[in-house]
Every structure is written in C-alpha cells, then in structure tokens.
Design a binder for this molecule. Sequence first.
Ligand SMILES: [Zn+2]
Ligand SMILES: [Zn+2]
Ligand SMILES: [Zn+2]
Length: 325
Amino acid sequence: MELRRDPITQSWVAVGQRESLGELPVCPLDPDSVDQQPVILSFPAEGTWQVRVIPHPDPLYRVESEPARFAEGMYDKMAATGAHEVVIETRQHDKRMSQFSDEEIERVLSVWGARISDLKKDLRFKYVSIFKNQGALAGEEFSHAHSQITATIFVPRRIKYELVASHEWYKEKERCIFCDMVRQEEKSGKRIVDVQGDYYALCPYASRVPFEVWVMHRRHNHLFEQPRAGSNRRHLAALLGRVLRRLEKVAPAYHLVVHTSPNTRSKKGELAGYWKTLADDYHWHFEIMPIVESRSKSYSIKEVYFNAMLPEQAAETLRSLDSHS
Ligand SMILES: [Zn+2]
Ligand SMILES: [Zn+2]
Ligand SMILES: [Zn+2]
C-alpha cells in the first residue's frame, strides 16, 4: 500500500492491494475472538467491555512506517503511514446501531472522541477520520456493528474543501458558515428532520444523494472530541438513533462520517496557515449518505452529483416515519 498524490487536485489516494483475510470461520468481532487480540481501548476500562477498539486486522495504514515523501518524476508518493482501528460497538453480533439504546450510542460517541484526542497527540497525524459503513451496499467489512478510525498524514480532500470554504466565509463575515446554516435551516424548518435539545438533523440544501442527513450542534464548536461545556451528548445519541431508524426504512445501507477539525499540533503542511481562525470558522458535524435502491439512486455524471429527490421532500418523508422502532 502506498499513497500517491494527484498532481492536479492535490489529493492523496491510497493505492495497492490489501492482504485478504480470507473466509473467516467465526466473527472476528465477537467477544471470544476479540478477547484474544491486542486492545487499544475498552469501555468501561474495568470489567466486561461494552465497546472495544482494536487494531484493524487488515490495515490500510500502518503506524510503523516513517512518513517520507518520494518524487517519481513529477509525481509525489509516500508510504501509507497512519493508524487504522476498528471500534466494536457492541458485544452482541446481531444488533445494529439503530437498535442501540441512547446510552449505548452515547458510549460509542465517547469512544470516538477519546480515540480522536489520543491519535491527535501523534504529531505525524494531520487528520483523524471516523466512519461507519453499514450494509453490504456500503461496503461494510464485518457484519458485526462496528465503525472505523483512520489517522492519516494528510487531510482528506473533502475536509480540505470544507476548511478552505469556511475560512473564506469567516474572513468575509466573521461568522461560522455552519452556524449560519443551522440558523437559516432552523428558521425555515423545511429541511429539518428532527431536533433534540441543541442538536439538529437536516437534509442539506444541496444534498448529494436522496435522504442525505447532517447532524449538527447549533452551538459553535470546532472539535467533536471536546464537547462544549453544558452540551448533552445523550441528546446527540438519542437524535442519531432516531435518524438511523428513519433512514433504515428508506435505505438498506449508509455511510456515516464524523467531520472534525484537523490536528493543529501538526505545524507542517499546506493548511497550517489557515489554523489561526480554525476554532472560530470550522464546526464539527456528522454526514450520513444513505445508499438507496438503484431505481432512484443518484448518478455521479462527470463527478457532478445528480440527485432526483429534493431535500425538502426527503426531510418531509423522514419526519413522517416512525423513529421509535
Ligand atoms: Zn460478531
Ligand atoms: Zn459554528
Ligand atoms: Zn463535512
């Protein structure tokens, strides 16, 4: 596995074959198998774990290698240095996150935060990604409820776009673009799916796929891993659970990503100049991209998303669905 940089878009791509794990006779994320493996984090720390983080058995990135760039003519490449971890979200094999209690979801959220904080202590890592692919159509790697964490020596392209755009907005208006967005959506209500306390779930104005949902805190904070004083993550957990239950009624699979600020301890790199106002201009959020049946799926023609469903209509449908079961 190596990282190659597209000289035009400047984005890094992991290229190469991963070792195959082969046919696994037992679920590698069941407690019996997991208890034999190295532990990165257990929650709770003592006694029977409810959420556990282990190294990915077939990692895309490896911690050992030193990040050095090589030139290959005009191109840049580097070893796939980084961390790749698996968060086992429950001990139970047949329980999806949408079936978790609010407390169980909150545990997973706090483990995500703890891992982001810990990985950011490593100055080599510029960004920590948390993502969850659920369902075969989403390329889910294990059927057992899990999410994945990667720490990379570059900032992923979409985050870079978001950072640049929110910085530009801030320079002009001295306001956070995400806060502005929540205020406007709050006022119109058309694209709001659900609200719990200060947390909002909404279908973004330019949704890329039908039923795309973002989950955001209405109060400003650039770091997911450091909740604002007075914020209630149980509310976030409750809202996420309801959103997932609604989405599962319209889509068999989804991708969920946590977008938070890059690692500002890493002073090197192309983004360092933006970080003076990062705490004011960036705002963490979750993006959920459901994968709907092919009949109404969105087409990416020449890399422009075409989404046949208006987000106003998507939000209305999602609001009308039962979020209790
Ligand atoms: Zn399992
Ligand atoms: Zn904000
Ligand atoms: Zn985002």
